[in-house]
Design a protein around this ligand. Sequence first.
Ligand code: DC
Length: 216
Amino acid sequence: MNSDNLVIAVDGPAASGKGTLSRRVAHFYGLAYLDTGSLYRGVGWLMLSKGLSPRNVEEIEVAASTLTLEQLDNADIRTPDVGRAASVVAAIPEVRQALLQYQRQYATNPPAGKRGAILDGRDIGTVVCPDASVKFFVDAAAEVRAERRWRELFQHNNSLTLDQVLDDIRRRDTRDATRTAAPMKAAQDAHLIDTSLLDIDAAFAAVRRVIDKALA
Ligand code: DC
C-alpha cells in the first residue's frame, strides 16, 4: 500500500452510524468513500430479482464477479429484503473473494485523484485493508440501532413495527458475526466508537481526534 495514501477502515453493525460518519470524514479530509455494504446489497438484489437460490453458489458468484454499478442504477437496494439477502450472500466465501479485489483497488488507487479513501463495512480492518492507516469499529446497542433504522424505514413503510426491525437487526448481527468467512469483528488495532449515547457531532469529534493524532 502506498504510504502517502491515507486509508481509513470503518467497520460495525447495521445502523451503528458508520455510514453517516464515514461520509462526513470523507468530506472533511477530502477522501473517496466506498460503502462496501452496497456491493453485497447489489449481489443480494440480483439474487432476488433473478430468482437465484443462495445455495446455487456458482450463479451467485457469477453475479458478484460481473456486478457493475450501472446494473444497480434503478435498483432499490435499501429495503429490508435486500438487506437480508445481502447478509445471506455475504456469508458465501466465493462472493467475498469476487468482491475483494475491487475494494482493495479502490483503497490503494482512490478515484478522482483523492489523497486517500475511507471504506466502511464489516471486514475492512481485518481482511480488506489490514494495513489501513486508521481503523474504527463503530457500534451501538441493538435497541438504539433498531430505533434509528425503524425511523428511517417508517417513512416508506408505516406497517413496520419497532420489534420487527429489532428482530431483523439481531438476526443480521448474528449471521454477520458468526459466519466463517470474514466475520464482522473489530480489528485488534481498531478504535471503538460507541454511538449509543453520542449524536453525530460528538461521534465525529471523537473520530477526528483519532485521525488528527494519526496524521500529526
Ligand atoms: O452495511 P449494510 O447494511 O449495507 O450491509 C449489508 C450486508 O452486507 C450486511 O448484512 C453484511 C454484508 N457486508 C459484509 O459482509 N461485509 C462488508 N464489508 C459489508 C457488508
